[in-house]
Structure formats: structure tokens, C-alpha cells
Design a protein around this ligand. Structure first.
Ligand code: A3P
Length: 345
């Protein structure tokens, strides 16, 4: 009996000891990796819409903790009143382009202490049913924020949907509009890959990209194929320019956001009149993912979901050449209108 108890005690001690050693090893590893990090993100500086407000540090902690809870609808009325929280209409919208890197852009901007993101794509302006629910419905979909913070939402379908520019204009004619673009052929293949994956998930078969992108009767580029049409950026932008001057748009280079995100984010900070707060500390390259991931602080970091960064199927090089030739004149026009030139072939 006594022997059994002693054995049990030894077992317990062994488990506890292992746990303690494990925790210690984890801490050592953590500190080791911290040594290699760059200086702590300067998050407690002065800034605000007029340059004189100061965001209390409390606000920043809030943003990651309580605000997250509130977004899930758990805020009590008392908490909202106490912290002066509001649900604000967006001051900036990422209107597209689908597969341009819209999620990465939104998540990375959300690293900025003055930015609060709407987590879901709201599809207010492109979906008639949602639009009919009215602007208050839209506002109520927004996360809680401090009055000096700006809310950003992204719904990439806005860029290509006919009715959207007028509807957004009616809400706020001075809103800032962000468009993230990628080399058009790559974007079209990425678009195809997403649809293909959806079909495969449902055990359905699907056409090859080549078959969709090239009209088999004419052997020309099939402009009826949505993935091709979406990549004719200039056509869509021209519709937007009937409502908003070009100064209200900022074009983000989605290809560079993948390889070198910080300078792209700094350009957006400038466009949004925000002080530069996102630093290299906030972005680290994750070799396993093959992408930059986000670091909010010592304990909280995250990579985008696996659905971002899919492996594209191989596409016949002659089809790629044909598509690139097709997009070329539209790209030239796009550079001309936006004043931003890309090295697209
Ligand atoms: P691929 O899946 O073709 O690689 P969107 O969010 O608009 O759907 O865009 C998805 C694209 O974002 C992905 O396309 C991916 O290349 C790109 N992207 C940019 N930065 C990324 C990041 N840090 N992590 C994952 N994907 C990123």
C-alpha cells in the first residue's frame, strides 16, 4: 500500500517537474528570439486628427483586448459609455481588387493604433438587399472604436460593381478609397485558383484556366470571363472617376505588399494622414508560410489564413503571354490615370 502511494507521489512529482522544465525552456527560447527582434514598436507617441490629441496607452491595450470582445457583441452599455466608444462609419474603404491582397492590407493597417478594422466583408454597397437596410444598419456593423480612431472596411466586390461608386458618394463624398492591385494576369490566375478550390471542395469538376481565359472559337482572350474582366483595372476605375477625383484614391502595389510590406504601408499611412506607426517590428517573415506575418506585441502575432497564398496551377505559357499582351494597353492607361507605374510586362 505504502509502496503504491510512494510510486504515485513519484509519478506526480515527475509530471510537475517536467512541466516546470518545459515552461523554463519555453521562456528561454522566447527570450532568445526576442533578442533578435528589433526595438519595441513605438506605439505611445502623440497623434490624432489634428496632431495634438494623445491616445492613452490604455486605448491601445483596449484595442487588442476589450475591443475584440466588443466586436463580438459582448460590450455592456456601461462599458461603451465609460470608454466613450462609438461605432463609426468608415473613413476609408478598401474597395478592391479581389485577390489583390485586400485581406493582408486590412490586417496590416489594423496594426496601426489609430485604425480599427471591420473584420468581415460587409457588402453593404454591392448587395441590394443589404443596401436596402439603410446606413444605420451599415454603421451598426462597424466595430467599436474611440472617436479619434478611423474605421476601415474592405469588400473587394465594390470595385467592379456598377452601383457602388454612386452609393458610396452619397454616404461620404470625401471618403478615402484604397485599391490594391497585382499584375493582372497573376491576379486572374489567383482568382481562378480560389474558384477552383471551391469547386474541388464540393467534389465538382471545373474547366482549366486556359479554357476559360481563351475563347476557343476566336482564340482570343475571353473578355466575358470574370477573372479577366476584373483585371482590366482601368475600365473599373473610370467608372469611379465619375464620382470621385483621383486624389481620393490610393493605389497599393499588391505584389510589393507580399515581398516588402512596410514601404507600402507607410505610403498608406501618409495617404490617410496618419503618423507613421507601423514598423518593421510589426512584420516578420514566416518562412513556413512564405509570407510576412503580423506581430502586434510580444505575445500576440498571427499569419493570414491558409486560404491566402494558395499555390497556383501551372498555366500554358502561351496563354500567359496572350493575356499579358491583352492587358498591356489597359495597364498603360491605368498608370497614366493613377500616376503610379508598375513593372508589369
Ligand atoms: P494568392 O492566394 O494568389 O497567393 P485577397 O485577400 O484580396 O483575397 O488576396 C489574396 C492574396 O493576398 C494572396 O493571393 C496572397 O498572395 C496575397 N498576400 C499578400 N500579402 C500576404 C500575406 N502577408 N499573407 C498571405 N497572403 C498575402
Amino acid at each position: 500500500m505504502l509502496f503504491k502511494q510512494q510510486a504515485l507521489l513519484r509519478q506526480k512529482l515527475f509530471v510537475l517537474g517536467s512541466l516546470a522544465i518545459g515552461s523554463l525552456l519555453y521562456l528561454v527560447a522566447r527570450v532568445g528570439s526576442l533578442d533578435r527582434l528589433q526595438p519595441i514598436c513605438p506605439i505611445d507617441g502623440r497623434f490624432g486628427p489634428h496632431g495634438q490629441d494623445e491616445i492613452p496607452l490604455r486605448a491601445l491595450q483596449f484595442k487588442r483586448g476589450l475591443l475584440h470582445e466588443f466586436r463580438k457583441g459582448n460590450a455592456t452599455k456601461e462599458q461603451i459609455r465609460l470608454h466613450n466608444l462609438v461605432q463609426q462609419l468608415p473613413k476609408a474603404i478598401i474597395i478592391g481588387v479581389r485577390k489583390g491582397g485586400t485581406r493582408a492590407l486590412l490586417e496590416m493597417l489594423n496594426l496601426h493604433p489609430a485604425v480599427v478594422k471591420a473584420s468581415q466583408e460587409i457588402h453593404f454597397f454591392d448587395n441590394d438587399e443589404n443596401y436596402a437596410k439603410g446606413i444605420e444598419w451599415y454603421r451598426k456593423k462597424m466595430p467599436f472604436s474611440y472617436p479619434h480612431q478611423i474605421t476601415i472596411e474592405k469588400s473587394p466586390a465594390y470595385f467592379i460593381t456598377e452601383e457602388v461608386p454612386e452609393r458610396i458618394y452619397k454616404m461620404n463624398s470625401s471618403i478615402k478609397l484604397l485599391i490594391i492591385v497585382r499584375e493582372p494576369t497573376t491576379r486572374a490566375i489567383s482568382d481562378y485558383t480560389q474558384v477552383l478550390e471551391g469547386k474541388e471542395r464540393k467534389n465538382k469538376t471545373y474547366y482549366k484556366f486556359e479554357k476559360l481565359a481563351i475563347d476557343p472559337t476566336t482564340c482570343e482572350v475571353n473578355t466575358k470571363y470574370k477573372a479577366v474582366r476584373t483585371s482590366i483595372y482601368t475600365k473599373h476605375l473610370e467608372r469611379w472617376l465619375k464620382y470621385f477625383p483621383i486624389e481620393q484614391f490610393h493605389i497599393v502595389d499588391g505584389d510589393r505588399l507580399i515581398t516588402e510590406p512596410l514601404p507600402e504601408l507607410q505610403l498608406v499611412e501618409k495617404f490617410l494622414n496618419l503618423p507613421s506607426r507601423i514598423s518593421q517590428y510589426n512584420l516578420y517573415f514566416n518562412a513556413t508560410r512564405g509570407f510576412y506575418c503580423l506581430r502586434f506585441n510580444i505575445v500576440f502575432n498571427k499569419c493570414l489564413a491558409g486560404s491566402k497564398g494558395r499555390i497556383h496551377p501551372e498555366v500554358d505559357p502561351s496563354v500567359i503571354t496572350k493575356l499579358r499582351k491583352f492587358f498591356h494597353p489597359f495597364n498603360q492607361k491605368f498608370y497614366q490615370i493613377t500616376g503610379r507605374t508598375f513593372n508589369w510586362p
